[in-house]
Ligand binder design. Structure first.
Ligand SMILES: N[C@@H](CCC(=O)N[C@@H](CS)C(=O)NCC(=O)O)C(=O)O
Length: 299
């Protein structure tokens, strides 16, 4: 008897050329496609502020809304923004207006109408860097600290997909549990948590003693998993990462973080969901609990 492990399904052999003839299953299967480009014509709404954000309250989206709320907290009036909800489960990211900003069809995307020509922005790391440079905030000028901030910003952009697309996908979303994939990505996720934990043992913030765009990029993903994303806190033994936990709680206490994580959010308790954000008053008036109590009316 051969001791070769079985493929899944057992008779599966990869074909010579892969073709797209079926959905692959799992929570996000209906939006996965092997091609790029728009599927339908749809213009995007444009509000009154210089910055127009098209996003959703996922970790990648929340990076940008936290940054904008932090800038507003510092009284940068030019950071006022309209945030429009892009429902990726319904395929809004494949509308022609969205694809014109981001040919990669992923949230977040943004337009800066204060520049000539207007600036389209996509990739959350690029957007954080753009906003940091534009407002000269959360990116230290001093050479060593600036390099350190960029090291960790880029670390997040490279590492995050192993946590979300790897661990989160196979642990929480895949149509069945596969030991090989869960082991592979759990190993990598725990390694990353250990990298952060060890680093934060003797650093107050990610890039030293200052809060920067590196903290803003890393917190939504790694704070998320430490606080219950994928319902994996016990599985990952997150309580072992005490220095990381200290940092996660410290960042969570910031007012701008509390606001930023509510914007474009469509899961969890209704009083924490602000589907669209057009002014600071929306946090008081237009959270989803209040909107639904008014029969859907926005104030
Ligand atoms: N590297 C990108 C990743 C963006 C991304 O993966 N966005 C997800 C939501 S978190 C998305 O829009 N998914 C929709 C899709 O894959 O069709 C960034 O950081 O902006």
């Amino acid at each position: 008897m051969s001791n070769k492990l079985q493929n899944q399904p057992a008779d599966y052999e990869p074909p010579k050329i892969w073709t797209w003839d079926k959905e692959n299953g799992g929570e996000w299967a209906s939006i996965n496609r092997p091609i790029s480009g728009a599927t339908h014509d749809k213009e995007l709404p444009v509000g009154e502020h210089p910055l127009q954000l098209y996003s959703l309250g996922t970790p990648n989206g929340v990076k940008v809304t936290i940054m904008l709320e932090e800038l507003l907290e510092l009284d940068h009036a030019g950071a006022e923004y309209d945030a429009w909800k892009i429902d990726i489960g319904k395929g809004d990211q494949f509308g022609s207006g969205f694809v014109a900003i981001n040919p990669n069809s992923k949230i977040p995307a943004m337009m800066d109408y204060s520049t000539k020509p207007v600036t389209p922005l996509f990739e959350s790391g690029s957007m954080l860097f753009y906003l940091a440079e534009k407002f000269d905030a959360f990116l230290p000028a001093e050479h060593y600290k600036r390099a350190e901030t960029m090291n960790w910003l880029m670390w997040q952009m490279g590492a995050g997909p192993f946590l979300g697309g790897g661990f989160g996908h196979y642990y929480a979303y895949a149509p069945f549990k596969m030991e090989y994939s869960i082991d592979r990505f759990t190993m990598e996720t725990k390694r990353q948590l250990d990298v952060l934990n060890t680093h934060l043992q003797d650093h107050q913030y990610i890039a030293g003693n200052e809060y920067t765009i590196a903290d803003i990029a890393i917190w939504p993903w790694y704070g998320g998993v430490m606080q219950g994303a994928y319902e994996a806190t016990e599985f990952l033994s997150v309580n072992d990462y005490t220095h990381l936990a200290r940092w996660v709680e410290m960042i969570a206490e910031r007012d701008a973080v509390k606001r930023g994580r509510m914007v474009n959010r469509s899961r969890g308790s209704l009083d924490q969901q602000l589907h669209e954000r057009h002014s600071a008053e929306d946090f008081d008036n237009n959270t989803q609990d209040k909107v639904e109590a008014r029969g859907g009316k926005l104030l």
